[in-house]
Design a protein around this ligand. Structure first.
Ligand code: M6R
Length: 612
């Protein structure tokens, strides 16, 4: 939540900062603001999207070769101009941008109020700037020292950048719990919550670690120290990101582009990991932990949201073919319950962003109890990618639409590879079955391509149901998690209430909701539980529910009972989620567009949930 950007160098900072905010808008879009230093320290901030800020600064002095900027997802204090960042010190000499939550802010605030400080906003962040100011004044220390002393008093999560009129040669940045990347340019520096605002200027970056404070100087000097003042040598890494991956490339929305990218992204997830000729599945990133996985007494998958749904598919996959007991936990629940963890358990943390606060906390908890934690992440260099013992990147490319699409199918692809790899090593499936499965898996990207061709049919269905008030999504086995994911997609971007259920559970309650106004989406491929799902469809039909069914191509039986059908290519039961999810993504996309919803930036949401 919240995106932060900074620049220091010889170029004009404003255009760099605004472009950076546009790239980071997926992290929050409640308000935006910028602080520019050019002799004076000027702050401009506005509630709403970055575009509102751009309008607001027209005619204003936006000169300056250093500055900081922020796009907010509100936690403490409603989204308005005053609560927008940056926040000034009382003297208006220093300003701060902050991503995270200061948990002890009210104690600190009371102390500062007692010392005569006046607060202008309702944010937790404002305490930081008054504390830095107070420490500078009372202890006669420089900005970096004041930031260090301040951070030693703070409980919570932060990524901050501080700018001071009195020390116009530097920015001071620090992080704990929230991400921060420093791009090393040609004598200048770029700072951001992730690498997307940086990539067009430099590929050399330093990912700041927790408890590190960076003093970034105009003369090209970068000094990194811990909050205990121990010097650290910056570890410079090369970005693999390309600028074109961050553009819509002719699509109306990032979400649509990302839906259509799936044949490519799944191929990229498989690349180098699947060799049908040699009969091999190899996940290099976790090679050292292969034996641990194979011998695991239990695999525990931890994740949130869509990544949790992918984890649920993982449970079906791993238990079905690898025969390992699996538990799938919401990271937010796991971190606070007194779960039983053994050193022989292997945890798999799944996260697109690699920055989800609850997932990070759950990983740390599992590690503290001696368990091995492997990661499945999309964002290279993200916190989860770095703190897990080992992991596999999904290689889906940047996902910018807030609603996760290609990341989900990429996560399921990696889990499929893991299940196949363990199954082969444990001998839980025969060699011929293994060969048949990997041959089928290699062909999945083409089947995804074919599934996308049904988009016109899905769009026509969307037209019929765009004003529906509720939706039910039902599936069984591998398609139960798909039902949950379909419902989540619709909820988050079209604001229509939707529920996902295991189809057979319908009888235990939700069936009471069925009437002629209730669209029910069935995921009903011709695999394992086909006949059972058909009966569930009949049950809904006989109560006048409206049936939209995702069926295997050539199915004639369900076509006779369903009101609308969308075909997906025939495949093995375990690969169906990779296909059946696609029409559900397209359905929610079109309904949202038809309802004039902001598809890429749905209300109240942010792409990475970096606060708990
Ligand atoms: O970055 P992560 O995969 O850890 O994010 C987890 C959830 O916040 C995320 O999947 C969220 O549910 C998406 N908005 C779903 O589309």
């Amino acid at each position: 939540m919240c995106g932060i950007v900074g620049y220091i160098g010889e170029k004009q900072a404003y255009p760099i900062l605004i472009k950076g905010l546009q790239r980071l808008e997926y992290r929050g879009y409640d308000s935006a603001g910028v602080a520019l230093l050019n002799g004076d320290l000027n702050i401009y901030k506005k509630s709403g999207k970055v575009a509102e800020l751009e309008n607001f600064v027209k005619e204003k002095d936006i000169s300056g070769t250093m500055g900081v900027a922020h796009t907010r997802w509100a936690t403490h204090g409603e989204p308005n101009d005053i609560n927008a960042h940056p926040h000034f010190s009382q003297s208006k000499d220093i300003a701060i941008i902050h991503n995270g939550i200061i948990e002890n802010y009210s104690v600190l605030k009371d102390e500062l109020l007692n010392r005569g400080y006046k607060f202008t906003s309702n944010t937790d962040s404002e305490v930081l700037i008054h504390l830095i100011d107070d420490i500078q004044k009372n202890e006669k220390v420089n900005l970096a020292q004041a930031v260090r002393i301040t951070l030693n008093q703070v409980i919570g999560a932060y990524a901050i950048v501080v700018i001071s009129k009195n020390e116009p040669d530097k920015l001071v940045a620090a992080k704990k719990g929230s991400p921060l990347v420093i791009g090393i340019g040609n004598g200048d520096f770029y700072i951001a919550s992730d690498a997307t605002p940086i990539v067009e200027y430099t590929k050399n970056v330093v990912y700041l670690n927790d408890y590190e404070i960076a003093v970034i100087k105009k003369n090209g000097n970068l000094d990194i120290r811990t909050t205990k003042n121990e010097k650290h040598t910056p570890y410079i890494q090369k970005l693999e990101l390309n600028l074109s991956q961050l553009q819509k490339e002719g699509f109306e929305h990032f979400m649509l582009k990302e839906i259509y990218e799936q044949p490519r992204s799944i191929k990229d997830s498989l690349r180098g990991r699947l060799n049908v000729n040699k009969g091999l599945v190899f996940l290099g990133g976790i090679a050292d932990y292969e034996q641990k996985l194979i011998n695991a007494e239990k695999i525990v998958i931890i994740a949130c949201g869509t990544s949790w749904h992918a984890g649920l598919v993982g449970e079906y996959l791993l238990e079905d073919i690898a025969r390992v007991p699996v538990e799938v936990e919401y990271a937010s629940e796991f971190r606070y319950r007194n779960s039983v963890v053994s050193e022989n358990d292997v945890f798999i943390a799944i996260s697109q962003s690699g920055e989800t606060a609850d997932t990070i906390a759950a990983i740390e908890l599992a590690q503290s109890k001696g368990a091995t934690v492997l990661g499945i992440c999309n964002v290279v260099g993200s916190t989860i990618a770095r703190i897990t013992d080992a992991g596999s990147y999904t290689h889906a490319g940047p996902e910018i639409g807030v609603a996760s699409t290609k990341a989900f199918t990429a996560q399921v692809t990696i889990l499929t590879l893991m299940a196949l790899m363990i199954a082969k090593k444990r001998g839980s499936i025969s060699t011929s079955k293994f060969h048949q499965l990997i041959t089928e898996l290699e062909g999945i990207p083409d089947k995804v391509e074919k599934t996308l061709k049904a988009s016109n049919i899905v769009e026509a269905i969307a037209e019929k149901f765009k004003y529906a008030k509720n939706f039910l999504y039902l599936g069984r086995g591998y398609n139960f998690p798909v039902a949950l994911e379909g419902a989540l997609k619709l909820k988050e971007i079209s604001y229509i209430h939707a529920e996902g259920y295991p189809a057979a559970e319908m009888k235990h309650g939700p069936i009471a909701l069925i009437d002629e106004n209730m669209p029910v989406v069935f995921i009903a491929p011709k695999t394992g539980l086909y006949e059972k799902v058909k009966s569930n469809i009949e049950e809904v039909k006989s109560r006048k529910g409206v049936i939209i069914a995702i069926v295997t191509e050539g199915d004639t039986d369900i076509k006779k009972i369903a009101d609308y059908t969308v075909e997906i290519p025939q495949t093995e039961a375990m690969f169906v989620p990779l296909l059946s999810t696609i029409p559900l993504q397209i359905l929610s996309y079109h309904i949202a567009v038809m309802r004039n919803c902001n598809v890429d930036q749905p209300r109240n949401l942010a792409k990475s949930v970096t606060v708990e």
